[in-house]
Design a protein around this ligand. Structure first.
Ligand code: PGA
Length: 252
């Protein structure tokens, strides 16, 4: 049985103070909810990670970063290392987000290098894949997702693969209010699990969690997560308010 995982991707939103306030509300709500089945992760801006780390300490809420560099240290202006993240208690790192791929030229090769570094350092990558609207309309969803997944897992052992989380995020659904239907999501999630089965085994593939991302909200979360291969959500907009985020956690 895969434990569902709900991760809030706060993107470039919220100051340090605002992040601390939101984290405080989420931790309080998670504690009040008591025995939550789902794993909860929040991913604030780098600037707020240290502060938010103090707030989530000892709570069921885990901390994630939105990116990392693949080198250990040195002359990489503007970048953050895995050691820096580990030192403040980060567990997860979002990699290959479509906004990184589209706006900042992140390639499959770069994503692969970052995944290698993150795994080598004992952190857990949330690996984002997904097709654009043009690609979906041209019936290229499977080929696009296949090439992203294949590149991401190239050379990873089964043991390493089992520490990863995949986020299937159709680019046309991110921040647009459009959501993949339950069936569209399930179809691609099952396809991804098939790729992992082919590379590893059904046993290994069955332990890897595949989140859905792209306008997941309290009112569509339940249907999406009821699908066999949808193991949680990577949430943008709806993660910026404690009540909507927690409603999705509860749905999980
Ligand atoms: P959204 O973002 O929920 O606002 O669509 C999801 C994501 O980009 O991770």
């Amino acid at each position: 049985m895969r434990r569902k995982i709900i991760a809030g991707n706060w993107k470039m939103n919220k100051s340090v103070e605002e992040s601390a306030a939101l984290a405080t509300d989420i931790v309080a709500a998670a504690k009040k909810a008591g025995d939550l089945q789902a794993e909860i992760v929040i991913c604030p801006t780098f600037l707020a990670l240290d502060r938010v780390a103090q707030i989530v300490k000892g709570s069921p809420v885990q901390l994630g970063a939105q990116d990392v560099h693949f080198e250990a240290q040195g002359a990489f202006t503007g970048k953050v290392s895995t050691d820096m993240l580990k030192a403040i208690g980060v567990t997860y790192v979002i990699l290959g987000h479509s906004e990184q791929r589209t706006f900042f030229g992140e390639t499959d090769e770069l994503v692969r290098k970052k995944i290698g570094k993150v795994l080598a350092e004992g952190l857990k990558p949330i690996i984002c894949v997904g097709e654009t609207l043009v690609e979906r309309e041209a019936q290229k969803t499977e080929s696009v997702v296949k090439s992203q997944v294949t590149a991401a897992y190239a050379g990873l052992t089964a043991e390493q693969a089992q520490t990863t989380v995949i986020a299937y995020e159709p680019v046309w659904a991110i921040g647009t209010g459009l959501t993949a239907s339950d069936e569209q999501a399930q179809e691609v999630h099952a396809f991804i699990r098939g790729l992992l089965t082919a590379q590893y085994s059904a046993n290994v593939a069955n332990t890897i969690r595949i989140q859905y991302g792209g306008s997941m909200k309290p009112d569509n979360a339940r249907g999406l997560m009821a699908q066999n291969d949808v193991d949680g959500g990577l949430i943008g907009g709806a993660a910026l308010k404690a009540d909507s985020f927690l409603a999705i956690v509860t749905a999980a």
